[in-house]
Write a protein that binds this ligand. Sequence first.
Ligand SMILES: [Ca+2]
Length: 224
Amino acid sequence: MKRFTCVLAVLAIVGLAASIASASTIYPLNPGFETPDTTGAVEGTAANSSWTSLYSGDASGDYNRKFYIMDAAWASGAYSGGSWSGWVGDQVAQMLNHASINQDVGGFLAGPATVSLLAIKTSGNAANPLTVKLDDTVLTFSGLNTVTPPAGYAFALYTSDPITMTAGTHRLSITGLVKATFGEADTSTTIDAVSITTIPEPSALALLVTGLVGLLCYAWRKRK
Ligand SMILES: [Ca+2]
């Protein structure tokens, strides 16, 4: 009878665990680019933004590839040629040309993960794609291997297709467009509100809970 009770408890808790196994959102540091606080634009660096910014400064063949943190209200309007809408907080980040930023993000659960961000095209080519990677894997967005915001001034939310990750820490990187030629006009995409959603694998969670309840039952029977 006691064993039967234990089995019932295990089954009930496994069912409960499966039903509450839900998506969990984790954020990189400075996910909305609110620091450093600025009234204009500042070039982001590892020291003041939590993001590691590659390619700071001019470079032969692909000059002016920079990562800027900027006040959104300041940037909207005269600077960008149109009024922006849809950002979060008061600041955003601009990826100019082949800018590239990355950050190691902890808290991944084993199982599928997606990356979301807001983006708008802010100058240059018809569409300014961004490449988003987790470790060395290029994420796809509705099957495309880039985030490609259309022309316009409203930030739109882009969420990657899920990829399976291991638990722990992974490197998130975001890279702007490589210009085709040295003389080509500058091109930029502006981003905000970066987040990652991880979904625990129900099988792993169920195994964990089953083991835990089994141990509790064993301890309870031994005490009796
Ligand atoms: Ca923001």
